[in-house]
Design a protein around this ligand. Structure first.
Ligand SMILES: Nc1ncnc2c1ncn2[C@@H]1O[C@H](COP(=O)(O)OP(=O)(O)OP(=O)(O)O)[C@@H](O)[C@H]1O
Length: 739
């Protein structure tokens, strides 16, 4: 890289040196923004020119190329607009004197039009040492510099010398860019997740840049950056494999809508928009899960046995008559023929609604032959063409055959399965009466998150029911008709109606392909059968076996990033001690695991009691090590029974965000979050109501709740604190105050 002189000779006084460096870097930063402005201007000009060229002139091919150019220019303009904040955040000085600036996007010299690179995109290979070099392993670097900015102004910088022989490893655990990292961690939270592109750590970088193919599991304790790492990985993959992923899109699954809102801002900030954010409850287009399952119902609905239950429920709708069917006018359909037709239809291994066509056709043919025989008519080609159709037109015959193999929709089938005790017993004979009772509910009850994978399973086994497809194609035809009429109008207005190369149909198709087109993300979100290029699953320990089936169906290539923490699992099916227990059934031998070990969120003083809870209740699980040493110790306030609301109202409100987390039974009345709703989130200050009750909900719940605070934790209790927590807090208060 060139374009930047080395630092001028340094004055001796450190203050002067810093001022000098700031001055020089500000000048370079200003230069980079000038390049950015020029790049934006160029993108806008391209866009405007494409707009002017638009219109129906030239060959079809030339028009297509113009439109592609315009779309690319629009995307580039949007990308350049998204990087205004924090455009450049780092600088690398190499042994051979090369200097590289690292930023949110790559820029070339737009001013003298040499187009030499002046800013390296953080996702490019050349930027990687910024995240991985340490004094112990500096590679080709002699210095890494972090630039802090507000708007276009440089507000500070941190240098790390990487080449000094014998230099002590700065900070603990080889933290990369320690000063910049700690400054980032100390910032107050806004309630929206921030990008950490300037301070990604080496172990996180390994995850972010892992190859696209295959399933990568990232196991890490609370606050180890699993979510930020997964989001930066999505941005990295979209940059590195743009061609595939722009077309197929990336799906990010999160535990609850609040969490999705929390992370929503990060991806556009990284310049990526081809991403669909969903919870499992939103995976089935057209269905919104609005009700909650009881824990017992969630266990039953989530278990792998439900795949068999749904399959059997479908099969019970492929029935045989008790004896031969008598269909009026002496027409008889022997049971044996029905059985043969069912065997043949099932043998096709087609979805139920598609195999139905074959089944009906076979029976109608058999009936038509029988009818011809009884009337003494030959069964010739003519007869074969019309007779079955006429038979189908008779309501009695139609009803009898329909009953044998009806059209099914996923909603109707699952509603029936969960609403009809006899059907459930038939479809799920392995479930105990208590388990069946747990999932039974009135027909037409609102859908729950646990129902969504069942609907998906059903949709897979049923295939399209013809009505939806027909309605869609009718709508599509109508739209095309309207577009054709509009296009004819355009041709008339522009006087090109006699242009042989341009007919209204072609023009209409063109508007359809381009126009104000829907993005990949929009199309993917509406299509149950969409195959994503990559899927990120966050809080993956929460997914049931049935949910995994629904997720994996959406990524036939099995290119996944799966992040989670088994120790935080609130799965009512019970904690699992390894990812193999979770994944070997669905992805046998097709996944690998990376670990994140450093907790960037919870200060040590808060993490210590949380770790004690974890060790006591899940001895196999290792808590992550907190990177920040100093923080206020947790405060413990005893309140009288029934006094939580008053105690909460009396608590002083400090600076920053506040989260109050309460047991499920009290949360609504106190206006507090349940643990479930707080999952994945963090707050500057957290107040925990009734830790003993949280522990009674499950040790993972208490562990999750304890690890949400970045600065201050207050425990309110009226029953005694759980002994393990009390012991950890007492041990802490025996230590010197800064430990
Ligand atoms: N490299 C980093 N630089 C700055 N901040 C970081 C870094 N890594 C993580 N953080 C911060 O640490 C906090 C925790 O990150 P994140 O929420 O991704 O953790 P998590 O592993 O998903 O936690 P949990 O399991 O509790 O949901 C966030 O505020 C995040 O911005």
């Amino acid at each position: 890289m060139n374009g930047f002189p080395a630092d001028p000779a340094r004055p001796a006084d450190p203050d002067d040196r810093l001022a000098e460096a700031l001055h020089a870097e500000q000048a370079r930063l200003t230069g980079l923004y000038a390049h950015l402005d020029a790049a934006r201007e160029r993108a806008r000009r391209t866009l405007a020119a494409a707009g002017r060229e638009a219109g129906p002139g030239g060959t079809h091919q030339a028009r297509l190329e113009r439109e592609l150019r315009a779309a690319e220019a629009a995307r580039r303009a949007a990308r350049l607009d998204a990087v205004e904040r924090g455009l450049c955040f780092g600088r690398l000085d190499h042994r051979d004197g090369t200097v590289r600036y690292i930023g949110r996007t790559g820029l070339r010299d737009e001013l003298d039009e040499s187009y030499e690179p002046v800013l390296v995109d953080w996702r490019a290979p050349a930027a990687r040492p910024f995240y991985t070099a340490t004094p112990a392993d500096p590679g080709e670097l002699v210095r890494r510099r972090h630039l802090h900015t507000r708007g276009r102004t440089l507000t500070g910088l941190d240098d790390e010398a990487l080449d000094l022989a014998g230099l002590d490893e700065r900070g603990r655990r080889g933290l990369v860019g320690e000063a910049a990292l700690l400054a980032a961690l100390d910032r107050e939270r806004t309630g929206r997740m921030a990008t950490v592109v300037a301070t990604i750590q080496a172990e996180q970088d390994r995850v972010i840049r892992a190859p696209l193919p295959g399933a990568l599991v990232v196991q890490g304790g609370p606050g180890t950056g699993k979510t930020v790492t997964a989001l930066h990985r999505a941005a990295y993959l979209l940059y590195t494999h743009r061609a595939v992923l722009e077309r197929r899109g990336v799906l990010i699954l999160g535990p609850n809508p609040a969490f999705l809102r929390y992370i929503d801002q990060v991806l556009p900030a990284l310049g990526e928009t081809e991403v669909v954010l969903r919870t499992v409850g939103e995976l089935f287009p057209g269905v919104r899960a609005t009700a909650e399952d009881t824990p017992a119902a969630a266990v039953v609905k989530g278990g792998p046995w439900m795949a068999d239950a749904v399959r059997r429920a479908v099969e019970t709708h492929q029935s045989l008559p008790a004896g031969d069917l008598l269909l009026g006018e002496g027409l008889r359909l022997p049971r044996r023929v029905c059985a043969e037709a069912r065997r043949a239809a099932r043998g096709l291994h087609l979805p139920h609604n598609r195999a139905r066509t074959f089944f009906l056709r076979t029976l109608l043919d058999a009936l038509a032959v029988a009818q011809a025989l009884s009337l003494g008519r030959p069964y010739d080609e003519e007869e074969a063409r019309y007779a079955p159709r006429e038979l189908w037109a008779q309501p009695g015959i139609r009803a009898a055959l329909d009953a044998l193999w009806p059209v099914l929709t996923p909603r109707r089938l699952i509603d029936r399965l969960l609403g009809d005790p006899a059907l459930l017993a038939l479809a799920a004979p392995g479930l105990s009466p208590a388990e069946r009772a747990a999932v039974l509910r009135p027909a037409g009850a609102p859908w729950t998150t646990g129902d969504v994978p069942l609907l998906d399973e059903a949709a897979e086994l049923l295939g399209e029911d013809g009505t939806a497809a027909r309605a869609r194609s009718r709508a599509a035809e109508r739209t095309l008709e309207e577009e054709r009429a509009y296009a004819e109008g355009v041709l008339t207005v522009t006087g090109q109606q006699n242009d042989a190369t341009l007919d209204a149909g072609l023009l209409a198709e063109r508007f359809r392909d381009t126009g104000p087109d829907r993005t990949t993300a929009e199309r993917a979100a509406e299509d149950r059968e969409w195959a994503y290029g990559h899927v990120v699953v966050d809080e993956a320990q929460e997914l049931s076996a049935m949910a995994w089936r629904a997720v994996l169906r959406r990524v036939p290539t099995r290119s996944l990033t799966i992040v989670g923490d088994l120790a935080q699992s609130a799965s009512p099916a019970g904690a699992r001690s390894s990812w193999a227990e979770v994944l070997d059934r669905e992805l046998p031998g097709r996944w690998r695991e990376e670990r994140l070990t450093v907790n960037y969120r919870t200060p040590a003083a808060i993490m210590a009691p949380a770790a004690a809870v974890l060790r006591a209740h899940a001895p196999g699980q290792e808590p992550p090590e907190a990177v920040r040493e100093t923080a206020e110790r947790p405060r413990v306030l005893s309140v009288p029974d029934g006094g939580y609301a008053a105690a909460l109202a009396a608590l002083p409100t400090g600076p920053g965000t506040l989260g109050v987390i309460a047991p499920d039974a009290d949360a609504a009345a106190l206006g507090a979050l349940t643990v479930r709703a707080a999952k994945g989130l963090e707050f500057d200050a957290v107040v925990l109501v009734d830790p003993a009750a949280l522990l009674a909900q499950g040790a993972p719940d208490l562990y999750v709740a304890l690890t949400r605070a970045t600065k201050r934790l207050t425990l309110l209790h009226h029953t005694p604190l759980p002994p393990v927590l009390a012991a950890a807090l007492t041990a802490q208060s025996a230590q010197p105050a800064d430990g």
